[in-house]
Design a protein around this ligand. Structure first.
Ligand code: PEP
Ligand code: MG
Length: 325
């Protein structure tokens, strides 16, 4: 299997009816950028920066973060690089920072909420990102956005940091493109409003499914409820895709579902052609892309909206996948 996959590594990720699909990598540690699988990716679609913070005994300094981001950007040689700002809280703790206990940590002060509550910590990361952006293209992505106000505040801090740095360095620093993770249902329903603030959206299916269905993504006792084929989930995905496309903004997917080959017809059927996934999945997904017709995927998705249950949806997708194998 590995051999057959390697033969397609140099072929384009395009469907049989000519739709180009961008396949990007999710990474958690800067060193992963050196792994062999990365070369199959068109770039990094999600860099989970919190792991660099979790793997230390004290806060990283601006200089350390800058060095990390700069070395990554140099290795990417102009390929896309999406840095997600700190997504700490919930299950992701820092050994050197005592976060207060919360009754419902996954509904608590995590991700962008944490960054906005501790602006000095956020500014340090933003300064490192802005400095690194002088060495290559970086897009900044905010996790766990629920409102327009949060995006505005994050963008305001980013802009403030950039202006200060430009003055200090005595040179222009072009604005960075920003985007948000769509992983809270509220964000999914106000894409048109958020579109005025950002350049792109990325659907974080891991959390989005959890919050749509109120089922903990890590709790095996409710894993049957955590169901990516639930009609509500597919409806929310469609709503996001359509609203983003209408606003003329890029929409990608960066949750685990982006790398599930059987789910691919749903993404292509919704017009989503930018997928960021765990690096080992890239070639398998590319192989599947090359066997699909985007037109047929669109028909499939139309058909899915006649289904009332997850069972029916799953069966229709499975049949579709069987036919193309
Ligand atoms: C997601 O929620 O889908 C996501 C990509 O972020 P994480 O898995 O890091 O929460
Ligand atoms: Mg998430």
């Amino acid at each position: 299997e590995q051999l057959r996959l390697s033969t397609i590594s140099d072929l384009p990720a395009s469907t049989i009816d000519g739709v180009q699909v961008k396949l990007l990598a999710n990474i958690g540690f800067n060193l992963e950028i050196k792994s062999a699988n990365i070369r199959h990716a068109e770039g990094i679609g999600l860099y989970r920066t919190e792991f660099e913070y979790m793997d230390r005994s004290t806060w990283p300094t601006e200089e350390q973060l800058y060095e990390t981001y700069r070395s990554m950007i140099e290795r990417l040689q102009g390929r896309p690089f999406v840095i997600r700002t700190l997504d700490i809280g919930a299950d992701k703790r820092l050994p050197y920072f005592d976060l207060p206990d919360e009754d419902n940590p996954s509904l608590g002060l995590r991700a962008i909420r944490f960054s906005l509550a501790y602006p000095e910590i956020f500014r340090t990361q933003l300064r490192a990102i802005v400095r690194a952006s002088l060495h290559g293209p970086i897009k900044v992505m905010y996790p766990f956005i629920a409102s327009v106000e949060e995006v505005r505040e994050a963008n305001r801090l980013l802009d403030e940091v950039r202006t200060q740095l430009a003055a200090q360095l005595g040179r222009e620093i072009p604005p960075l493109k920003t985007g948000i993770m769509v992983e809270i249902p509220a964000a999914g329903t106000i894409i048109d409003l958020l579109a005025d603030e950002v350049e792109f959206f990325s659907i974080g299916t891991n959390d989005l499914v959890q919050y749509i269905l109120a089922a903990d993504r890590m709790n095996t006792r409710v894993s049957p409820v955590y169901d990516p084929y639930h009609p509500a989930v597919i409806r929310v995905f469609r709503q996001i895709a359509e609203a983003a496309q209408q606003a003329g903004k890029t929409v990608s997917v960066c949750g685990e579902l982006a790398g599930v080959p059987d789910y691919l017809p749903v993404w292509l059927g919704l017009g989503i052609t930018r997928l960021s996934m765990a690096p080992p999945a890239i070639l398998t997904v590319k192989k599947r892309v090359r066997s699909l017709s985007a037109d047929r995927c669109r028909e499939l998705v139309r058909d899915l909206f006649t289904c009332k249950t997850s069972e029916e949806i799953k069966a229709k997708i499975a049949e579709f996948n069987r036919l193309i194998e």
